[in-house]
Ligand binder design. Structure first.
Ligand code: SAM
Length: 336
């Protein structure tokens, strides 16, 4: 039976419209970053709990019909999903074709950057918190810095530009080397962005009093570089406040998710690897799409579940308020 076309948008009751979908393609990861996961890892989703490629592509197709213009693949570590190149090709074949980005730790990208670009991947953000091998091994609990560096180079060679680098600073581990990381990125033409550490770690170890805030990052960078803010008007819904470095054209970004939240301009929605739609990283609830889909729900019924969840999106994430409660799922299981 033919279904009516999906015409609704991903609107919430505060007037925001989601156009950027973050899809977690796996909850597994090959690093154990201290701000994200415990040393022993986490209980991973079992295969039957995860969306198959057909299910994932079907849901992304519905999101695109609902107005999503950019799909960002993330995880866990997205490169660990064996079918990733095929998934990218199938998303790139949608009409209208969304922009396709990926957030990755870069391990394995030396082999995969070219096939992913050929399949339709447009851009990558590669997470790298330090270029000091000892600090990297301490922070990620793995000795894989050379692999990440090779992944970055391969991304640039494959044309996945601008190659952006995401970094989190942790006190006592890599906070004193943030300017070294910026210098290293500038030399190679990578666009660096620092992200404030958020309360999304599985161990619940986040502490507002020791977190490195945007101001501190800026102060530390200013010890070596001249950092000049770009006009706010150029920011739009982008989470990063950008600064010219030494007069430009190179820039550095700082994402002050905690100390200067940008929820009012948020245009994001999320799909977890097990098929739950989440309207916010910090949401206490999510709506199951996998169950209804496996029970035979139509595209319109799934679209109604998605728009309903988006409508309920809270005005702000509430970190810092007295009643803030960290979400049950950690970042790696939601999709960063
Ligand atoms: N494995 C991929 C990666 O490393 O980019 C994708 C998933 S990872 C969860 C996505 C991003 O979230 C990374 O840039 C990581 O540094 C960041 N992240 C993880 N936990 C975080 C936290 N508690 N606060 C801020 N950023 C965090």
């Amino acid at each position: 039976m033919a279904t009516a076309p999906i015409t609704a948008r991903l609107l919430d009751q505060h007037g925001r419209v989601a156009r950027d979908l973050r899809v977690s393609v796996t909850d597994r990861c090959n690093l154990r970053c201290r701000y994200c996961m415990p040393a022993e890892g986490l209980p991973w989703l079992a295969k039957p709990e995860m969306l198959t490629d057909d299910e994932l592509v079907r849901l992304v197709t519905i999101f695109v019909a609902l107005g999503v213009e950019q799909v960002r693949l993330t995880g866990g570590e997205p490169l660990l999903r064996r079918s990733l190149t095929d998934v990218v090709a199938r998303i790139a074949a949608l009409t209208p074709r969304p922009r396709i980005a990926m957030t990755t730790n870069g391990i394995g990208l030396d082999r995969l950057a070219a096939p992913l670009a050929a399949a339709g991947l447009d851009r990558v953000n590669i997470s790298l918190d330090t270029v000091d091998p000892a600090e990297f091994a301490d922070l990620t609990r793995r000795d894989r810095l050379a692999d990440v560096e090779a992944g970055l180079e391969a991304a640039r060679e494959a044309g996945l530009v601008p190659v952006k680098v995401n970094a989190v600073a942790m006190r006592g581990i890599n906070d004193h080397s943030v300017a070294d990381l910026l210098g290293w990125c500038l030399e190679r033409g990578y666009e660096l962005r620092f992200i404030e550490q958020m309360p999304l770690d599985a161990q619940h170890g986040w502490d507002a009093s020791t977190m490195i805030g945007a101001d501190e990052i800026r102060t530390r960078l200013s010890e070596r570089f001249t950092i000049t803010p770009l006009p706010q008007a150029e920011r739009g819904s982008a989470p990063a406040e950008r600064f010219l470095v030494d007069g430009g054209p190179a820039t550095v970004g700082i994402i002050a998710s905690v100390t200067a939240p940008f929820c009012g301009a948020c245009d994001r929605t999320r799909l977890t690897a097990d098929g739950q739609v989440r309207n916010c990283l910090f949401s206490q609830r999510e709506t199951d799409l996998r169950g209804p889909m496996r029970d035979g729900a139509s595209d319109d019924e799934l679209a109604a579940l998605i728009t309903g969840e988006m409508w309920r999106k809270a005005k702000g994430h509430g970190i810092g308020s007295a009643d803030f409660v960290q979400p049950i799922r950690p970042m790696s299981a939601i999709g960063g």
